[in-house]
Design a protein around this ligand. Structure first.
Ligand SMILES: [Zn+2]
Length: 456
């Protein structure tokens, strides 16, 4: 018997370990702690997780895979992490542009939302958003909207990972007459998606200026009761800060901290108008920041002090924000490019926010902003299998001297070729496998007619 066991051990040592997938690429950009970029690299995957990342020869020797994806002329990288958006608003894309925020909201968005936003609208809008996101390399996104349960259903259909926040706002919304209704809705939502492999449900008080202090505190309490994160817009405009100073003699960051809103896992979007004291609070409370360069530029909100945030080692990720007027798309490649350039122009120093840091913000630092860095954000053994390949056989991709520079300043979302989330292939050869793209695009045009009619 003992001899037999030793024999079995001997045989299994000879045989390669089984894997579900091996991906190979010309460069594997791991974003691991050593920042390894492996030329002729490979990734082995089993189930939902990465087994190993390493040189192709080593991985192939060690693992026997059921399926392979060989991309000899592509970068294999961690999936991109969007830390702030509103997916379903894709159906309002371009409804009104080049307006002041207040006019845009009051004349277009609020009436259009009041007349059109139903669960079915949110389902199709989220499908459209997820389709665009996955095709451009986003594997995790952070959402704030209404009917967030439907957002979660559509995300799971897509196969995307999402931190999804049910919006709490101090006036009647499409899914709640009062903030108390919205909190009750959020409570049910958090219970339903607790422990989901793809969804991290969250509470999303819209902002300090659209909620009462009591509601903000109730949001924090609800999130903590469920062990869930809280996501919020913070100091997006100078107006928001001026109003807070006039009313409370405190900045929005100071006021939210005084209310205890940061006492738990938090992701704050924008943080454009934050001073040194605010940054010290955000750092000490471990608040993740979603920097949204396209949105801040398009709405003329200002430039977030990201260079300073990075010097303090804050967890700053990137987000496209709204598809309906504050950006109009979900392209994380554009956000990397703009984040890098915006810091150069505002500090007058082109060395600030280098390409490698922009990639870091779109991957592992973004994961840190969401409090998910142990699960996603890099290609390492034990992490979730969320990865993408980006083709290098196009004019804008050659010659290649530095992979990070190429990813940030030359490659486009449309160069993304394959996308996997949680071990499931969602995109192959730039085609969505989980969604019927033509059907979703046709539906979006149908909704355009309905929305236009509703505004007459
Ligand atoms: Zn937003």
């Amino acid at each position: 018997m003992r001899l037999f066991c030793s024999f079995l051990l001997f045989i299994s040592a000879l045989a390669a370990e089984s894997a579900d997938w091996i991906w190979t690429g010309r460069y594997v950009v791991t974003m691991d702690p050593q920042r390894r970029v492996i030329e002729n690299g490979a990734i082995a995957i089993r189930g939902e997780r990465i087994l190993a990342a390493g040189p192709k020869s080593e991985i192939e020797q060690r693992y026997q895979a059921r399926q392979r994806l060989d991309r000899p002329d592509a970068i294999v990288a961690p999936g991109l992490i969007d830390t702030h958006t509103h997916a379903a608003m894709s159906l309002f894309r371009g409804i009104a542009d080049d307006l002041r925020l207040q006019e845009w909201l009051e004349r277009y968005i609020f009436p259009a939302e009041a007349r059109n936003v139903t669960p079915e609208f949110v389902r199709w809008g989220t499908r459209l958003g997820c389709l665009e996101m996955m095709l451009s390399g986003t594997t995790t996104y952070t959402d704030m909207y209404y009917f967030e349960d439907v957002v979660a259903e559509a995300s799971k259909e897509a196969g995307m990972r999402g931190m999804l926040g049910e919006t709490i706002i101090g006036f009647p919304s499409p899914d709640a007459k009062t903030p108390a209704d919205a909190l009750a809705f959020a409570d049910r939502f958090l219970t339903r998606f607790h422990d989901d492999p793809l969804i991290v449900p969250a509470v999303a008080p819209h902002a300090i200026y659209t909620n009462s202090d009591e509601t903000l505190q109730a949001c924090r309490a609800l999130a903590n009761r469920h062990g869930a994160p809280l996501v919020i817009h913070l100091s997006e405009t100078k107006h928001e800060n001026d109003e807070s100073m006039a009313k409370r003699k405190m900045t929005p960051t100071q006021a939210l901290d005084a209310l205890g809103v940061f006492n738990g896992r938090t992701v704050a979007a924008h943080a454009v108008w934050v001073d040194e004291a605010d940054l010290a609070i955000l750092k000490s409370r471990g608040v993740g920041i979603a920097h949204c360069p396209s949105s801040n530029m398009k709405l003329a909100s200002g430039i977030a002090p990201v260079t300073r945030m990075l010097a303090l080692d804050l967890a700053v990720g990137l987000g496209p924000d709204g598809p309906a007027g504050s950006n109009n798309d979900f392209n994380m490649f554009e956000e990397m490019d703009l984040a890098a350039k915006l810091q150069k122009v505002t500090t007058g120093d082109p060395r600030n926010l280098p390409a490698e840091m922009a990639v870091e913000m779109a991957t592992i630092r973004g994961a840190r902003a969401l409090g998910m860095e142990k699960e996603i954000g890099s290609l390492e053994s034990g992490k979730r299998a969320d990865l993408i390949s980006i083709r290098l056989d196009r004019p804008n991709a050659v010659p290649l001297y530095n992979v990070y520079s190429q990813m940030v300043y030359a490659l486009k979302g449309s160069d993304v070729q394959d996308v996997m989330v949680n071990g499931r292939l969602l995109v192959k050869d730039a085609q969505a496998l989980t969604f019927n793209a033509a059907q979703i695009e046709a539906k979006a045009e149908q909704y355009r007619h309905q929305v236009q009619e509703s505004l007459h």
